[in-house]
Write a protein that binds this ligand. Structure first.
Ligand SMILES: Cc1cc2nc3c(=O)[nH]c(=O)nc-3n(C[C@H](O)[C@H](O)[C@H](O)COP(=O)(O)O)c2cc1C
Length: 211
């Protein structure tokens, strides 16, 4: 997992479901198809392929001048960290689990606390990161629910903020439960293809959580 890799030449996709070939995998595939049809290049990774240790709140990373997590040589986090610092743009797709992001994704998000501290401590590397956008697709089984995606969007906003990555208006998909339900819905497929094309043209507006 930690092989040297270039992240700068393509939009980086992270599909975050624990379930293989499910709705958020299909969402990632369709977004990539749209982005590439418009002329862009993408690279896709699956969160479930990475072994990530939990943040233990040791706070070694809180010490000014610290530039890494003490755990990063013990797992696959380094590749995903590099993706976040080097990607020109990103796309995340994820299912909703209990009104939030699945634990395999949240575990990685918690491990990015070291970057939160680096920005807090005014680390020049963090302050030098260019402003970038993250495109988001969240999928849930419930057909309705005003707050269904709220927690996940707040978490994504504050997880990505130290990297100077800002949320684009997300694509929020209700009522998809079985693994093929998204792929079997022509209207949703078109929405994803168009979202990918609009991302390449950079016409997706920024998202405001008003917080
Ligand atoms: C552990 C777990 C918790 C879930 N919690 C919710 C939930 O709170 N609300 C909801 O609408 N759907 C919930 N779902 C359903 C998934 O969001 C839904 O099946 C989604 O389409 C799965 O996407 P995937 O195929 O990419 O894994 C849950 C599913 C699992 C496995």
């Amino acid at each position: 997992m930690n092989a040297p890799h270039s992240f700068a030449d393509a939009l980086q996709i992270l599909a975050c479901s624990a379930r293989k070939n499910g709705n958020s995998d299909h969402a990632a595939q369709l977004f990539a198809q749209g982005y590439e049809a418009a002329g862009g290049k993408t690279h896709t990774r699956f969160m479930r392929d990475y072994t990530i240790r939990h943040c233990t709140a040791c706070e070694a990373c809180a010490i000014p001048g610290s530039t890494s997590c003490v755990q990063e040589k013990k797992d696959d986090s380094l590749e995903l960290y590099s993706m976040l610092t080097q990607a020109p743009a990103l796309f995340f797709s994820s299912p909703i689990y209990f009104y939030h992001l699945p634990s395999i994704f949240k575990t990685f998000i918690d491990r990015c606390q070291c970057f939160w501290f680096r920005e807090f401590n005014r680390d020049p590397f963090m302050l030098s990161l260019p402003k970038r956008k993250a495109y988001i697709c969240l999928v849930a089984a419930r057909p309705v629910g005003e707050q269904l995606f709220t927690g996940s969007l707040l978490t994504l906003k504050y997880f990505l903020s130290p990297f100077n990555i800002h949320l684009a208006e997300p694509l929020l998909i209700y009522g998809k439960d079985g693994p093929d339900e998204l792929a079997g819905d022509p209207e949703t497929k078109v929405r994803l293809l168009e979202y990918g094309k609009a991302a390449y043209a950079d016409t997706v507006p920024l998202y405001s959580t008003k917080k």
